[in-house]
Ligand binder design. Structure first.
Ligand SMILES: *[C@@H]1O[C@H](CO)[C@@H](O)[C@H](O)[C@H]1NC(C)=O
Ligand SMILES: *[C@@H]1O[C@H](CO)[C@@H](O)[C@H](O)[C@H]1NC(C)=O
Ligand SMILES: *[C@@H]1O[C@H](CO)[C@@H](O)[C@H](O)[C@H]1NC(C)=O
Ligand SMILES: *[C@@H]1O[C@H](CO)[C@@H](O)[C@H](O)[C@H]1NC(C)=O
Ligand SMILES: *[C@@H]1O[C@H](CO)[C@@H](O)[C@H](O)[C@H]1NC(C)=O
Ligand SMILES: *[C@@H]1O[C@H](CO)[C@@H](O)[C@H](O)[C@H]1NC(C)=O
Ligand SMILES: *[C@@H]1O[C@H](CO)[C@@H](O)[C@H](O)[C@H]1NC(C)=O
Length: 509
């Protein structure tokens, strides 16, 4: 696909040296720009979706290493953001579910987050957009325009406003290196919170009556017949219209990313800043967000280092986890992880790794872990998972209860369509049934070499008995290492004394 003009300009400026107006000596400072999408997936040119136009992500990819096997450790907003910003899985940092309102989850007070460690190391920190984590003392930022003191539509979806805030951050006379976290609220659903703007807020700021106007946004419209329906979504008119709305919202974020990168460039920091683009969890469709399937945890991940042009534009197959983001950024700034413990237990250590070596040479990384406990406060459905190479192994700790559905997804046209069709006994054109979606086996094993859509559970297939044994051991080992309070669920009770162990319940599970 030909790169749009702006894309080429950015690439050319980098290649041929367009540092203008730099206030700092780039050789003395190294900065980080972390861009996170909200429920974003692989709807972009760089990830080979040819139905959507994302010129700015595609241009960023031209000077990034593109990960095709990157995964979040948890498929829910606050838990994922807390894991990104601490390097600790949700069960270890304490953000078991959503942060806002009645859900009220928070990380433990003594967790040392990335923004805390960086600010202690003399790095200036900023956040623009959706924060959705707490408490404030664990996640301090010097510069903060978030839902805590602004409208999330303005700081998370109004790309003109976001551009102006990035400019304000960059114009500071502060000489310290910076870590700027731009957390778009696009392409999150909207039907549950602001339905007047459409299922994905795709009308917010489009200039139509009552929608307001975002001066920098040129809305792209997609016809439902043209979208690419992922294998885990039903191919029906309702789902296609839903996806078309999602594409328009992704287009707004893509244009916003272009504006943010232009600000970085015109402030003179493009050549000293590590740029990371990813998303928090799977797309808000069935088997996506709140699920630990591939479709719920696989994420886009672009890492652009001005110092490592050798692998720009290449696709890496190495397995990366969003638990690696904190170690990567600490490594970039040469800030060590401190020695401390939580609740007087063992020293906390990061189980993720720095991704910077991948910018030099393809690494052999092949394993990632995942851990989900809740989304909304009522949605206790703990799952733990490991993917090693092509094998994804999931433990549904409490599989006898129905898999819960969140409020936001429930009112979506896609889910309503599944409910309506199922109730009416019409064909759903979906790969699963509501019954199979709600009631899962306790153990699930999928082999991506033969089954990329995760359609055949091999957990009780004798040919895979050895693999199941190994993956189960690997997963349990990680749970113990990361002090997982759920490590004995469902058939035991965790007792810490004399030494941590599971005591049997004899409950027939
Ligand atoms: C950008 O940084 C790289 C690596 O530090 C350096 O080789 C290159 O000359 C720099 N380019 C400009 C335009 O400053
Ligand atoms: C996109 O498709 C091309 C051609 O099949 C492939 O080489 C490339 O790795 C794919 N990109 C990603 C990010 O998977
Ligand atoms: C939000 O908080 C920041 C301090 O981090 C402050 O500078 C800014 O003025 C606040 N914005 C609003 C709209 O209150
Ligand atoms: C977006 O932000 C700009 C700049 O603050 C403002 O002029 C515009 O009205 C905003 N658009 C909407 C839809 O709120
Ligand atoms: C839960 O898992 C167990 C063990 O695999 C299985 O027997 C049961 O049918 C599953 N589902 C429910 C709803 O109990
Ligand atoms: C589902 O059925 C309800 C009630 O008949 C209807 O109002 C709604 O539009 C339908 N939604 C979809 C997506 O089919
Ligand atoms: C789901 O769809 C994919 C292709 O879209 C197909 O390969 C797979 O077998 C389907 N699975 C089920 C359970 O129907």
């Amino acid at each position: 696909m030909p790169l749009p003009r702006r894309g080429w300009v950015i690439v050319a400026l980098l290649l041929f040296g367009g540092i203008c107006g730099a206030k700092k000596d780039p050789s003395r400072s190294r900065n980080v720009l972390l861009i996170v999408a909200d429920d974003g997936g692989f709807e972009s040119g760089v990830y080979n979706n040819t139905a959507i136009d994302t010129p700015n992500l595609d241009a960023l990819a031209q000077r990034s290493l593109i990960f095709r096997n990157a995964f979040t450790s948890v498929s829910s907003c606050s838990p994922s953001r807390a894991s990104i910003l601490t390097g600790l899985p949700q069960h270890q940092n304490g953000m078991y579910g959503l942060h806002q309102d009645v859900h009220h989850f928070n990380s433990f007070d003594s967790v040392r987050s990335l923004s805390l460690l960086l600010s202690q190391a003399g790095i200036r920190t900023g956040i623009i957009g959706k924060k959705h984590v707490g408490p404030a003392a664990v996640y301090p930022f010097d510069f903060a325009y978030t839902e805590e003191n602004s409208s999330v539509l303005q700081v998370g979806r109004n790309i003109t406003r976001i551009k102006m805030l990035v400019r304000k951050f960059m114009q500071s006379q502060d000489e310290r290196p910076f870590f700027l976290y731009v957390a778009f609220h696009d392409p999150h659903r909207c039907g549950h919170s602001q339905p007047q703007y459409g299922a994905f807020c795709e009308k917010f700021g489009n200039g139509e009556t009552g929608m307001g106007w975002i001066p920098d946004w040129k809305p792209q419209h997609y016809s439902p017949e043209k979208v690419q329906v992922p294998f885990f979504v039903q191919d029906t008119p309702a789902a296609r219209a839903d996806l078309a709305a999602q594409y328009t919202t992704i287009g707004r974020m893509d244009q916003g990313i272009g504006l943010v990168l232009e600000e970085l460039h015109s402030a003179g920091f493009l050549n000293s800043t590590l740029v990371i683009y990813t998303s928090d969890n799977g797309i808000p469709f069935p088997s996506g967000r709140t699920n630990l399937y591939w479709s719920g945890t696989a994420e886009p991940l672009l890492i652009s280092s001005p110092e490592h042009p050798h692998r720009w534009g290449q696709v890496s197959s190495a397995y990366a986890s969003l638990l690696d983001v904190t170690p990567t950024i600490l490594d970039w700034f040469s800030v060590p992880y401190p020695s401390y413990s939580l609740f007087g237990k063992r020293t906390v250590s990061l189980t993720g790794k720095s991704l910077l070596p991948a910018l030099v040479m393809e690494p052999p990384w092949a394993t990632v872990f995942a851990s989900q406990s809740l989304h909304e406060v009522t949605m206790h459905y703990p799952m733990r998972a490991v993917q090693r190479g092509p094998l994804r192994f999931i433990h549904n700790l409490l599989n006898r209860t129905a898999f819960p559905i969140d409020q936001d997804f429930y009112v979506s046209p896609t889910f309503q369509d599944l409910l309506n069709r199922t109730q009416a006994g019409q064909p759903t054109h979906w790969n699963k049934t509501l019954h199979s979606y709600y009631y899962r086996e306790r153990w699930e094993l999928y082999d991506h070499t033969t089954d990329p859509t995760e359609s055949h559970n091999l957990a009780s297939d004798p040919h895979y008995a050895q693999a199941v044994e190994e993956l189960r051991g690997l997963l349990l080992k990680w749970q113990w290492e990361t002090d997982d309070p759920w490590v004995c669920v469902p058939d035991g009770v965790l007792e810490d004394k004399p030494s941590p162990q599971c005591r049997p319940l004899h409950n027939e599970l």
